[in-house]
Design a protein around this ligand. Structure first.
Ligand SMILES: [Zn+2]
Length: 137
């Protein structure tokens, strides 16, 4: 799906030793685990990285790239480089052409992830509740 590969921790350490960054190893390890380096770490370890790779290393799903030929939009998905508006179009087209397949896959996922959905909805409800109660503080 994507041509970008997140660097292994050994590679990150090797790059860090070559550069002059002053980031504690614990923080570097934490960023690596979350697959989201800070902007300063990316700039120090991968100085030649372009917008897409920088966004990928920072764990961002989108980045600002070349303006799309079909839309006045330069925000693109990091994993596929498609403009976000084109990606919506691809997604709709895929759904129209494979409606039953998509519905079946979605149904199967919901059946296999009942506990996750329950927890997700509970968390969503709690966030909504806490936001509502903050209004009256
Ligand atoms: Zn587009």
């Amino acid at each position: 799906m994507t041509d970008l590969v997140f660097p292994k921790y050994d590679e990150v350490i090797a790059l860090a030793l070559q550069s002059d960054i002053r980031v504690p190893l614990v923080e570097l390890k934490d960023m690596h685990t979350r697959q989201a380096f800070s902007a300063s770490v990316v700039k120090a370890l991968w100085p030649k990285a372009k917008a897409r790779k920088t966004a990928f290393l920072m764990g961002q799903k989108t980045y600002i790239g070349k303006i799309c030929e079909k839309h006045p939009c330069s925000r693109r998905y990091t994993y596929c480089t498609h403009c976000i508006k084109c990606a919506v179009g691809h997604s709709r087209k895929h759904y129209v052409n494979n409606q039953q397949k998509v519905i079946n896959r979605s149904r199967k996922w919901r059946e296999n992830n009942k506990e996750y959905i329950k927890l997700f909805n509970k968390a969503k409800w709690q966030i909504k509740k806490s936001k509502r109660s903050n209004v009256f503080l």
